[in-house]
Design a protein around this ligand. Structure first.
Ligand SMILES: [Zn+2]
Length: 346
């Protein structure tokens, strides 16, 4: 049981752990030399820590809502309606209500500001940690399913589509993607770009859902899914044929979103550094101490959105009728009783 749970932790994530790591890693190569000297020696850290925000979701209050925004909660003109600035949004909607539907566009900008301050202090540890975090959040707002309350196709009979789009497709096809996105550029108005990006992701949602539905009508169940071994467990996955067909219908959508993510991350890192006055950064190639790799789950967070949950090989009895996995928290707790500190692997 414990093995099962650990496996699920490793598989789940916005963009999938694999894609998040790859994206952060690639962004480093777009940096100008002045920043490259500081980032390149720590490229492993930047890449590994790309998934920390997802690990924090069960351990840190107010983390979960930083990964998404349910635009459809606000109706068709959400992007016109929602204030660009957090303080205006709080005045208009109230903080609690905003947090319930996700605050990704505003909190991504907050992380950008924190990174700028870390550059001002020349605090290398904080710079790298926040740069990795920012890469994650910028990644999440590029995932169309992070902009809707139907985040896992649960309202349209497409349960599992979240992990399909953001994990399964990159795992199968990213080796052929082109990640040359050009050099980082200064972004005069990061907030506007964040909102434009969220808007573009949301606009892509239609095809994400419609193409999967179209293919589902064509593929019988036993051709749509297959089984693959993951971490020693026979796991149900979208079949290669179904994935290939979806990949073709999407016509490079996942690749384009990944490219845009990589460029935007490099642009934001660079812009934060410019705004901090282009400090000379000390070149330190000593590996950073892994301070925050321990995440103790917080009981009160057990009901947070598992926005990334993918289909997997777990028996049906582990699924609630709502489509949400039931296995996750009780086993987590059981494991925690045995070992007071829970160390995620991967
Ligand atoms: Zn995330």
């Amino acid at each position: 049981m414990v093995v099962l749970q650990i496996t699920s932790l490793n598989q789940v994530s916005g963009w999938g752990f694999y894609a998040h790591r790859l994206i952060n890693r690639q962004a480093v190569f777009s940096l100008p030399p002045e920043l490259m000297v500081c980032f390149k020696p720590h490229i492993r850290f930047i890449s590994e820590k790309a998934v920390n925000p997802d690990r924090r979701r069960y351990a840190v209050k107010r983390e979960a809502e930083k990964h998404f925004i349910d635009l459809d909660v606000y109706g068709d003109s959400a992007l016109v309606l929602l204030p660009i600035f957090w303080s205006d949004a709080v005045k208009q909607f109230g903080e609690d209500s905003l947090r319930m539907s996700g605050i990704a566009p505003w909190s991504t900008y907050q992380t950008f500001l924190q990174l700028t301050r870390a550059f001002e202090r020349k605090d290398l540890q904080a710079i790298l940690r926040l740069a990795a975090d920012l890469g994650h959040y910028i990644g999440d707002i590029h995932v169309p399913l992070h902009t809707t309350k139907n985040y896992n196709g649960q309202f349209t009979g497409q349960y599992g589509i979240h992990g399909f789009w953001e994990s399964r497709l990159p795992e199968l096809f990213a080796a052929d993607y082109n990640f040359f996105v050009g050099k980082a550029e200064y972004i005069p108005n990061p907030q506007i770009l964040i909102w434009e990006t969220v808007g573009q992701s949301h606009a892509a949602l239609d095809s994400v859902l419609a193409f999967e539905a179209r293919l589902t009508a064509r593929f019988p169940e036993d051709k749509k899914y297959s089984f693959e071994e993951r971490g020693g467990i026979n796991t149900r996955v979208y079949s290669k044929a179904f994935s290939q067909a979806y990949h073709q219908l999407l016509a490079g959508q996942v690749e384009r979103q990944m490219q845009h993510t990589i460029k935007m991350i490099a642009d934001f890192w660079y812009t934060a550094w410019i705004l901090a006055g282009q400090p000379d950064l000390e070149v330190d190639s000593e590996p950073l101490e892994e301070r925050d790799s321990l995440f103790v789950p917080d009981n009160s967070l057990k009901n947070i959105r598992q926005h990334e949950t993918s289909i997997n090989g777990l028996p049906e009895l582990f699924w609630k009728s709502s489509g949400k996995p039931q296995y996750f928290w009780p086993i987590f707790q059981k494991y925690r009783e045995k070992r007071p500190r829970f160390l995620p692997i991967g």
